[in-house]
Design a protein around this ligand. Structure first.
Ligand code: ATP
Length: 239
């Protein structure tokens, strides 16, 4: 049963890659609910299934069995075109590699999802989002003229401009020094606290996990722990 507080409900989700000798069970019967406005970190050893879980959550990957419901839509029943539309309208993505278009300046990069979604150009909105991320003096710069932390802030602005139901971040601080990484986490925290943005972060970094409200530990494709506001000692043990 889904409640009005739930943004995402995964029920008995399994994901199997390959066949016979190369068969890998990447997710094994995972059930999970994410509440609206919640900031969740997914942690676990390399190969444990974190990225697979993130991909199944946003319809980048299909599930082998089980159901995935996000923002009142059943992803497991959608075709590719429907999934593409769902992701464009409902999901913001931030990756370790910033994935900005090198020939577009900062404000054009931030505008891009609006144009891809067939919406009107809205420079005021772009500048407003850029300003909340401290990018107001960099609007005409190209990505190559920015620091790594600034580039990641542009990527976050680009993800937030669509006011996505869900913001997913795969190792968002993986390419950053610790100060820039901290700045990026502060921005994600603000998006949760001030915009009630729902955020899911996959990370190997315990400081990143400590910024979240909830930490889910994946082990061998299963949820091994699911803890709200864990103590640092717990994070030191699991990350
Ligand atoms: N496209 C694929 N084809 C076959 N096996 C895959 C595929 N994607 C992932 N796997 C396997 O599924 C398991 C889970 O992978 P996944 O990428 O989700 O792990 P992860 O926890 O994100 O790892 P990392 O921290 O190293 O990124 C691994 O054993 C991996 O080899």
């Amino acid at each position: 049963m889904k409640t009005s507080e739930d943004l995402a409900v995964l029920t008995n989700v399994s994901k199997v890659y390959g066949e016979n000798n190369s068969r890998v069970i990447a997710l094994n019967n995972v059930s999970l609910r994410l509440k609206k406005g919640e900031f969740t970190a997914i942690v676990g050893a390399s190969g444990s299934g974190k990225s697979t879980l993130l991909h199944c959550l946003v319809g980048l990957d299909s599930v082998s069995s089980g159901t995935v419901n996000v923002a009142d839509q059943a992803l497991n029943l959608m075709n590719d075109a429907q999934l593409t539309k769902f992701r464009l309208q409902q999901v913001g993505f931030v990756f370790q590699a910033f994935n900005l278009l090198p020939n577009l300046n900062v404000e054009e990069n931030i505008m891009l999802p609006l144009l891809l979604a067939g919406k009107k150009q809205n420079w005021e909105k772009v500048r407003q989002v850029a300003a909340t991320l401290g990018l107001q003096t960099r609007l005409r710069h190209l990505p190559a003229e920015l620091s790594g932390g600034q580039q990641q802030r542009v990527a976050i602005a680009r993800a937030l401009i669509m006011q996505p139901a869900l913001l997913v971040c795969d190792e968002p601080t993986g390419n950053l020094d610790s100060k820039s990484g901290q700045e990026v986490m502060t921005i994600l925290r603000q998006a949760v606290d001030e915009l009630q943005q729902t955020v899911v972060v996959v990370t190997h970094d315990r400081k990143v996990a400590a910024t979240a409200d909830r930490v889910i530990v994946i082990s061998d494709g299963e949820i091994a722990n699911d803890v709200y506001r864990p103590e640092m000692a717990f994070l030191q043990e699991v990350i």
